[in-house]
Design a protein around this ligand. Structure first.
Ligand code: FES
Length: 166
């Protein structure tokens, strides 16, 4: 099993059997994949020589690590004070209901990832959400539902464009 890891593997940067580098290794893996795939965590465990349950234990302790890939659209709901006062909780609940996921999760079709963030620096247009890097402010539940429909339609259009033509 010693030679299963290719030369270019980022784990090669770290000494084998040294668990003190575990967090750095997981950060590298996440940088490459965007999240921590199960197989990669098993590989890290094997490289260090510790049980995979310990790798999971460490990874789940830190909220910097993700266990699912991001969706095509990453929706960040601001939960800072100004947005909270202006109803961001209702926006979050609406998104959770409409998408069928909780904050931190990705929809099964991998179209949307829902997240909450602290103040994203646009308090003057609170309540604000960001979809990928685009901000949408002054939202109400109604305008949010409309906005979500727009993104769903966009996603369907993109999907249709990528479907193979027979
Ligand atoms: S509190 Fe939401 S942008 Fe500042």
């Amino acid at each position: 099993m010693e030679n299963t890891i290719p030369e270019t593997d980022p784990l090669q940067r770290y000494p084998r059997k040294d668990a003190s580098w575990l967090i750095d290794m997981l950060q590298d893996v996440q940088e490459i994949h965007g999240y921590l795939p199960e197989a990669e965590m098993e590989r890290v465990a094997e490289y260090i020589g510790i049980p995979v349950s310990r790798v999971y234990g460490v990874a789940t302790f830190y909220n910097q690590f993700r266990f699912q890939p991001f969706g095509e659209y990453v929706i960040k709901v601001c939960r800072g004070t100004a947005c909270h006062v202006k109803g961001s909780f209702d926006l979050l609940q609406t998104l959770e209901n409409e998408l069928g996921v909780k904050a931190g999760d990705t929809t099964r079709d991998r179209l949307f990832t829902l997240e909450t963030v602290a103040c994203i620096g646009a308090c003057s247009i609170a309540p604000v959400i960001a979809v990928n890097e685009q901000f949408h402010g002054g939202l109400t539940v109604k305008s949010l539902q409309k906005l979500l429909r727009t993104y769903k339609a966009k996603a369907q259009k993109t999907e249709a464009e990528h479907e193979p033509v027979c």
